[in-house]
Each structure stands twice: as C-alpha cells, then as structure tokens.
Ligand binder design. Structure first.
Ligand code: ADP
Ligand code: MG
Length: 334
C-alpha cells in the first residue's frame, strides 16, 4: 500500500515560509508528478514526504498512519535522486544490494530481490560490471534498482533524468512509465519539465511559490487550466495570451489560444500579421508572427511543409471553441 496524505503541511526555513499550509492526497498506485518552475518548492515537498526535512506544521499520513515524526527509514519509501551516487568500486549487484546489506537482511532474500530488480530493469547482463563501465542510462537504472529492492510502498523521484542527454531522457521516461505499469507502486515524481509531467503522470500537481495552482490529469490541465499560470505552464509551445479590445469582445480580460488551435493562411483569415521566424521541425512548423496588434508575438503550429519565410504576410484564425477566457485576476471564466 502507498497512500500518502498531506494535511495542512507547512514548511518554513527561518522566517521564510516556503510551503504555506498545503493539502494533497496521493492515492495508492498513482503516478503523481510535482511540476513547477525552479525554486517553487517541489524538492522541499518531496523531502518532507521522505522525512529528510521536518515539517513546520501539519500532518503527513502514509496508509492512514501518522508519519509526521517518523524517521526516513521507518516510512517505507524509497527515494531516487538526480545524482545517482553509486559506489564506483562495487559491482552493479553489490550497489543494488547495498541498502539490504545495511539492513542485515538474509543473503538468500537479498539475492532474490536483486535478481528480480535486475530482471525488471534489464540489468541482468551488466550485473557484474562496475558503474564506470556503464552508460548514464544504465547507471540511473542501477540507482532505481537500489530503490526497488527495498520494496517500498512508494517511490520518490527528484528530477532523476535531469543529468541525462535529451535522447536518453526520452528513453528513461518510457522505462520509468513501464516500470510503474509493472510494479503498480505509488510514484511521486518531481520535475520542472512539463513534457515529463504530461507524458508520465496519472495526476499532475502544478506548484508556484509553494502553492498548489491545480491538481488534475494531464488532459484536464491541458483542456481546462484553472488560471493563466497553469495555462501558460502546461503545453508546448506555450499558449498565446491576448488582452485588450479582442479579449473584451469575448467577455474576458485575457483570452488564451494554443499554437495548435490557430490556423494560418497566406491569403485569408481573422488576424493579419507578419512572419518573424519560421521554425521547421520536420513534422511541424512553428511560426512566430508579429504585427498582429494582439500580442508582441503569436506562435502558431502549422504543417511541416508550410511555405512562408521571414517578412511574409500571414493570416491567423482561432478555433472558436478552443479559446480560453480569464478574468483580471487570471482565473478561468467557465
Ligand atoms: P525546487 O525543487 O522547486 O526547485 P526547492 O524545494 O529546492 O525548489 O526550494 C524552494 C525554496 O526553498 C527556494 O526558495 C529555496 O531557496 C528554499 N530552500 C530550499 N532548501 C532550503 C534550506 N535548506 N534553507 C533555506 N532555504 C531553502
Ligand atoms: Mg528541486
């Protein structure tokens, strides 16, 4: 079991309140991602759950037992960090077995658990190698293996992929998602990367300055962001925001329209502008359009072969039912 409940959990460092009272429930077996800009309190929140930091107020329950004052080792959770901190002189097998050895576990049980973790992580053929003989992705898998053998009720990941190059990150993202499918153990995963959040999470928790801005499934956040912050943070490229006359016509202070919900035409459309930059990705092209009188720059997603270049005139038209409306406080208007 791995149900984690935060009840008015608060954290202060000296006089600075980094996490104002916060409520959150993580269900057993759920893959929950904490996402938000750097410094918003993601790691602090994870460390509070792990017991690596003391709360300044509130209660943490794990499987309905009060865990607020339990030391980390007694919480039944396993943490995987960005820097994997493997022992260079030990084999993969010994590295994975290390926490069990430290706990004086019976050797037969250690072997069983290490063999099982190695199999789950496809590390069988590397089991006798040392970390120096492994790729970055394999090392990260060893670090995850060390968490798996503890058979925790939940895994806590703090930006585990940030040190890996882009291609490897995509691969490991899939591996961790597959691992969750297989183990069905609760995972709490911290990242500043909204693409990781969108692709991996059952439930995303968007944080800003220690405050939860919204909790929901990836598509809930994409389709119905509660406010401008979430609207701008989730989705890539970012949503375009328009204020003034045009927004007022829609009964809003600000309207938002995603790049993929605008169509572009060289000959006709609602808003006229000038192409500033055309980014060709092959599958898609992103046009950055100036001089629309709407916003400094509008981003539009068009097909991979859209034939315009710098200085060309282009007309943009939004899909009417894909316009998001926000009030003067930045809150969504239903
Ligand atoms: P994130 O992981 O989202 O980047 P952190 O949780 O690391 O953010 O930090 C949140 C805020 O708390 C930051 O302003 C950071 O400077 C502050 N902070 C984190 N740890 C400490 C500490 N040990 N002492 C004082 N301030 C801290
Ligand atoms: Mg952090």
């Amino acid at each position: 079991m791995g149900r984690i409940t935060l009840d008015k959990v608060t954290k202060r460092f000296g006089d600075v309140e980094v996490i104002p009272p916060l409520d959150l429930t993580i269900e057993d077996g759920e893959f929950v991602v904490f996402v938000g800009p750097s410094g918003c309190g993601k790691s602090t929140l994870l460390r509070l759950i792990a017991g690596l930091e003391d709360v300044s107020g509130g209660q943490i329950r794990i499987d309905s037992k009060d865990a607020t004052d339990l030391p980390p080792a007694k919480r039944g959770l396993a943490m995987v960090f960005q820097s994997y901190a493997l022992y260079p002189h030990m084999s993969v097998r010994k590295n994975i077995a290390f926490p069990l050895k430290m706990a004086n576990m019976d050797q037969a049980e250690i072997d069983r658990r290490v063999d099982n973790a190695a199999k789950v992580l496809n590390l069988d053929s590397y089991i006798d190698r040392r970390p120096g003989q492994l790729s970055g992705g394999q090392r990260q898998r060893v670090a995850i293996g060390r968490a798996i053998v503890r058979e925790p009720s939940a895994f806590l990941f703090d930006e585990p992929l940030s040190n890996l190059d882009a291609a490897l990150r995509v691969g490991m993202r899939l591996e961790i998602s597959e691992l969750h499918e297989r183990l069905k153990t609760t995972m709490v995963y911290v990242t500043h990367d909204q693409v990781e959040a969108m692709t991996m999470a059952d439930k995303i928790v968007v944080l800003q300055a220690g405050v939860i801005e919204q909790v929901g499934s990836p598509l809930e956040l994409y389709h119905t962001p509660r406010n401008k912050f979430v609207a701008g943070f989730i989705g890539s490229p970012k949503m375009n925001f328009i204020e003034g006359e045009t927004a007022a016509q829609h009964g809003a202070h600000t309207i938002g329209i995603r790049p993929e919900h605008l169509t572009a035409s060289a000959t006709e459309g609602l808003w006229k502008g000038t192409v500033s930059v055309s980014e060709h990705l092959g599958s898609d092209t992103f046009l950055h359009v100036h001089d629309t009188g709407l916003a400094e720059s509008m981003t539009v997603r068009v097909g991979g072969e859209f034939p315009v270049r710098h200085g060309d005139t282009v007309y943009l038209t939004p899909e009417a039912d894909k316009i998001h409306r926000f009030d003067e406080k930045g809150l969504r208007i239903a």
